[in-house]
Design a protein around this ligand. Structure first.
Ligand code: SAH
Ligand code: DHB
Ligand code: MG
Length: 223
């Protein structure tokens, strides 16, 4: 089993099932041209996020970590006409690139890109009365995952789905000696989820063009 094989299999299915889309292609191209890293979700993962948003009947979506707005566009496209997506980004260049991509996707009136460290912009959102969000996608600096999860729960309603990207990290998560801040951030996240009685959660491993990784999914309990 190898990266080449995982990429070939993603290519195989994406060719048939996740056809190329000029708006998403343009967003990836502009993101690359601006020198941003190619670390957004894969096309099939973006489509999965869109499916989950639709299954949620999501009208309010929160994203932590925008980059060039690729996952943002997949999620925002899943919203109904009166839906809104708020996405938080610390890097002004990333936020600018994302705003351009989102505008060109025809989603400028649907998406708010909020600039600043998410540990500061999340409390502001709460203070301004934003939320509850129906779906939260956490995909920023992994060291702060536990804080972002806590804010996601605060800004949730019963039934909200919270998704956290990059929790497997090539298997580093089971290497007890790994002290990478991202890996430690995953451990802190899992402790926070485990200690939170208001959610039910799982982790799902994935392989594909982005390597060996996975998501934590937590659903806020009803009743
Ligand atoms: N969700 C995007 C990828 C996000 S990459 C996609 O799938 O298309 C992670 C992003 O989080 C980067 O743009 C990075 O600048 C941003 N980020 C890092 N630390 C942050 C912080 N403290 N607050 C908000 N955003 C942050
Ligand atoms: C990185 C960040 C991500 O969100 C991702 O999905 C893959 C890689 C990174 O920072 O390297
Ligand atoms: Mg990610």
């Amino acid at each position: 089993m190898s990266q080449d094989l995982w990429t070939a299999v993603d290519d195989h299915f994406d060719r048939a099932l996740v056809p190329s889309d000029p708006v998403l292609d343009a967003a990836l191209e502009a993101t690359d041209e601006a020198g941003l890293p190619a670390i957004g979700v894969a096309p099939n993962q973006g489509k999965l996020l869109g499916f989950l948003a639709r299954m949620q009947g999501a009208r309010r979506i929160l994203e932590v970590g925008t980059l060039g707005g690729y996952s943002t566009i997949w999620l925002a496209r899943a919203l109904p006409a009166d839906g809104r997506l708020t996405t938080l980004e610390v890097d002004p260049t990333h936020a600018d690139v994302a705003r351009g991509n989102i505008e060109r996707a025809g989603l400028g009136d649907v998406v708010d890109v909020i600039l600043g460290p998410a540990v500061e912009t999340l409390p502001k959102l709460a203070a301004e009365g934003h939320g509850p969000f129906d779906l939260v996608f956490i995909d920023a600096d992994k060291a702060n995952n536990a804080e972002y999860f806590a804010w996601a729960v605060r800004l949730s309603r019963p039934g909200t789905l919270i998704i956290v990207d990059n929790v497997v990290r090539g298997g580093a998560v089971v290497d007890a000696g790994n002290d990478d801040p991202g890996t430690l951030g995953v451990h802190r996240l899992v402790e926070a989820v485990q200690a939170e009685p208001r959610v039910s959660a799982l982790a799902l491993q994935t392989v594909g063009r982005k390597g060996y990784d996975g998501f934590v999914m937590a659903r806020v309990n009803e009743g």
